[in-house]
Design a protein around this ligand. Sequence first.
Ligand code: IPE
Ligand code: MG
Length: 231
Amino acid sequence: MDGNGRWAQRRGLARVEGHRKGAVAVREVVRASREVGLRALTLYAFSSQNWQRPADEVATLMQLLRDYVIEERAEIMDNAIRLIAIGDVDRLPDFVREPLETLMRDSAGNRAMTLCLALSYGGRESILSTTRALCDMAARGTLKPEDITEDRFSSALQTGGLPQLDLLIRTSGEERLSNFLLWESAYAEFYFTDTFWPEFGRDDLLGALESYHGRERRFGRTTEQILRSHG
Ligand code: IPE
Ligand code: MG
């Protein structure tokens, strides 16, 4: 999610006001995602690099995160949403980590949709920690290097339990990945919009999905092959 700060600054407000409005947008987009039947939605809420922001901005983001986890609990449970997190969750302050872990545990059996929060997350960091874990197994003799296949690697990532990444939306006019889901986005479709995150709502999500549905995904093959395989 991107553009909270600029949304606020354009209105002469403090950046944190943008984050507050951004949290409202999260609620609307999660609700719409569940209604249209998405299997999973991952939100890049806080990157490994975001720790470098001014301390008061980081503190507000942490407070909003705690509020979100506590206030959305009922809606998440009522809608059979499973909440998971990717990233270095241990780095979050206890007042965020504790309610987050409680809701993750309590929602673990929910099946309608997975809501994945990327928190203290970085794509490179994630690839590195997975690589380290696999190397450790290889060094202990429990995994053969030749058994480290794409599938094995994918399932060892924190996103291993999620379906394939199909669509990646970037708001606020930025056209870069900024360390998000680097491995997982190999064949994702990208959707760029100038809309700032606080103004991204249900209709914007539907617009992105419509764009996605109009695309031909070939995964390196030809159009003819794709048409034939669809019978
Ligand atoms: C996204 O909005 C929220 C977080 C990164 C937590 P930004 O804070 O990046 O807003 P801009 O991009 O500066 O406008
Ligand atoms: Mg930004």
